[in-house]
Design a protein around this ligand. Structure first.
Ligand code: ATP
Ligand code: MG
Length: 331
């Protein structure tokens, strides 16, 4: 059975893109994989997080994942900082990764923008910590959204260089599992920008804890154009906002874009947004409701994370200890 590793940053409340790009696939992959799911709090602090908020968001995220169908007994759910193997392997990888490789990473460029000098060194070396997250478990499959593809290619470059430099075949090759549909859900305010839980505008995203009224309002205010929906999917190509809404509708209904258009071609956005709201509310409301219930018992959530960390540690510790031996650290 192949081992899966995947993470999500407790940098905000998970949004619809996280659900369609990652969480929903995590749930499905549990049937035939050994899964390690991680709340990557060390990644989250690569940009400023209020300590109390970070703590709360980590617990909320644990609740949302459980509410979405993550089985924390059969599989592993924990927070990254609880297992020190991640930081230790990340340091080794910082010394394997080349600056030139990191300079090509588009996530750093997107997040740092023009103010590059003023961002943390942590944000810059984010990809080598991510490689460590995965390889500390020798995971071979990593379900992610499309935006993380480049980081997974870098993970393979790091693993290969480690193996080559030390003359071993220690770290395996990693395969990105990117969903065939809705792998890059776009902002509701700007169809050219990825939907993100840390976007300053809450109007840009549907959060997994939004109630029906909030969802309806956000979709009603979502940016669109003046045209009606076309019959041919190819005609959505230069209409990023329209394409995004149709993509979300299709992914949540488990039908193709062609099928959505067969049903809604000729409609303006007024009626289509109403239909979309219904689809989104139906998908999210049960998860939001269960999240609220789980959030009432913080001790249970803490116990789930601690149990996950103990089991994660048992896998990662010997792998990272072996990597340290390969490097020449006295053990
Ligand atoms: P942040 O803005 O803090 O980076 P985020 O919304 O990008 O938050 P991450 O925690 O960075 O979320 O990513 C968690 C997972 O969700 C990753 O697998 C990522 O590829 C996926 N993901 C994030 N945003 C989207 C999106 N808009 N569409 C599809 N998948 C996404
Ligand atoms: Mg992100």
């Amino acid at each position: 059975m192949q081992r899966i590793f995947s993470g999500i940053q407790p940098s905000g409340i998970p949004q619809l893109g996280n659900y369609l790009g990652a969480i929903r696939n995590w749930v499905n992959l549990q049937a035939d994989h050994e899964c390690v799911f991680c709340l990557v709090d060390m990644h989250a602090i690569t940009v400023w997080q209020e300590p109390e908020k970070l703590r709360h968001q980590t617990l909320t995220q644990a609740a949302i994942l459980l509410a979405s169908g993550i089985d924390a007994e059969k599989h592993i759910l924990f927070n990254q900082s609880a297992v020190s193997a991640h930081a230790r392997l990340a340091w080794i990888f910082n010394c394997v990764t080349r600056l030139g490789w990191l300079n090509r990473m588009t996530q750093f460029k997107d997040k740092a923008g023009k103010d590059r000098e003023n961002h943390s060194a942590g944000l810059y070396v984010y990809p080598s910590l991510m490689a460590a997250d995965i390889l500390a478990y020798k995971a071979t499959r990593v379900p992610v959204g499309e935006d993380q593809k480049q980081h997974l290619e870098l993970t393979n470059d790091i693993a290969q260089k480690f193996n080559h430099d030390y003359g071993v075949s220690f770290f395996p090759e990693v395969e990105a599992l990117i969903p065939p549909a809705a792998a890059r859900v776009m902002s509701l305010r700007d169809g050219t920008k990825k939907m993100s839980k840390s976007d300053p505008s809450a109007q840009s995203r549907i959060e997994m804890t939004d109630d029906a009224d909030t969802i309806a309002l956000k979709i009603r205010r979502a940016k669109t154009d003046a045209d009606v929906l076309p019959e041919d999917p190819a005609q959505l190509e230069n209409r990023p906002e329209a394409k995004n809404l149709v993509t979300i509708y299709a992914a949540l209904s488990d039908i193709s874009i062609t099928d959505v258009l067969a049903k809604h071609a000729g409609e303006g956005f007024g009626p289509f947004k109403q239909a979309l709201t219904e689809v989104v509310v139906n998908a999210i409301a049960p998860i939001a409701q269960e999240t609220t219930r789980l959030m009432q018992n913080e001790d249970h959530l803490l116990a789930v994370l601690r149990s996950g960390a103990t089991r994660a540690q048992a896998i990662a510790e010997p792998i990272v200890a072996e990597a340290e031996k390969i490097v020449g650290f006295v053990k």
